[in-house]
Design a protein around this ligand. Structure first.
Ligand code: ADP
Length: 267
């Protein structure tokens, strides 16, 4: 089993990802796709007059402040436009894909965090009304049913809180939790960069290999949202996933290239 996470940043070639996935699926490989949608969510939120708000925690992690209205815009884009766009691409390629969010069948579950500590103008503030959380539990039953029926699952945040409330969760860490729960052979984290760069944005500074035991030491190279990918990679390898690859989804055959070791390989 291979879990492929494709991000939501500008420049990602979803046609290339889907064509590569479809070819491998038809060859009998078992795959699950998890996707993001941050770039498009930002654009739609601006257009709807509710611009995105990003907050940085005291430990340096950036996340989207998700009030109820943001959550609804987030769902429109992630579960609607992005998810159905990917499912349609796969269907056109002859793959019977099914798109679901983590709410459906409670595939992704976690605790609802209503407040977030954020650094603003050098001061730590507590912001309330947040709909976020972290995936703590993956309920694989529905995924097992789909795979047994020959369907390719296409999953996206939000997740469900233990009370059934929709929560925005990080897609990379959700994919990592899924890979652990399914005992996946590999987790691919595909984005709009060649992998983890030692000196971002210098693409020639690509880090090619990271020993699994050392992955947290590489957090220092990651800025902003890349930190969550490194954290997700650490959680996956610590949970028994043999290989995590940060790969490039901008062109070519992104899934095959990553599985061939192009990008940053954590193992
Ligand atoms: P996605 O939505 O595709 O999952 P993110 O935007 O969350 O991706 O994270 C990828 C982004 O992280 C890159 O586009 C890049 O701007 C940024 N980044 C920060 N530090 C690094 C780094 N050291 N190496 C590569 N990318 C980095």
């Amino acid at each position: 089993m291979i879990v492929v996470k494709v991000g939501g940043s500008a420049g990602i070639d979803y046609d290339a990802v889907c064509a590569d996935l479809a070819a491998r699926w038809k060859n009998g490989e078992r795959l699950i796709l998890v996707h993001g949608g941050s770039g498009e969510t930002n654009r739609v939120a601006e257009a709807l007059g509710h611009p995105p708000k990003f907050v940085t925690s005291p430990s340096g992690y950036t996340s989207r402040f998700t009030d109820r209205q943001t959550l609804e815009i987030f769902e429109m884009v992630y579960c609607g436009k992005m998810n159905k766009g990917i499912v349609e691409r796969l269907q056109r390629l002859g793959v019977n894909a099914v798109g679901l969010s983590g709410l459906d069948g409670r595939i992704f579950e976690g605790k609802h965090k209503d407040s977030v500590r954020a650094v603003e103008n050098g001061k730590v503030k507590v912001l309330r009304g947040d709909h976020t959380g972290t995936v703590e539990r993956v309920n694989t039953h529905l995924i097992d049913l789909l795979l047994a029926g020959g369907y390719l699952p296409v999953l996206t945040p939000p997740a469900s809180s233990y009370d059934g409330v929709a929560i925005n969760v990080d897609g990379d860490r959700a994919a990592a939790a899924l890979a652990v729960a399914l005992k996946a052979d590999a987790l691919l984290l595909l984005s709009n960069v060649p992998g983890l760069l030692r000196a971002y944005p210098d693409e020639s500074s690509l880090i090619r290999e990271i020993p699994a035991a050392d992955v947290e030491n590489y957090l220092e190279f990651a800025q902003d949202r890349m930190k969550k990918k490194v954290l997700g990679a650490a959680e996956a390898v610590q949970g028994g996933v043999k290989r995590v690859i940060f790969g490039d989804a901008r062109n070519g055959q992104p899934v095959s290239a990553a599985l061939d070791g192009q990008g940053t390989v954590v193992s």
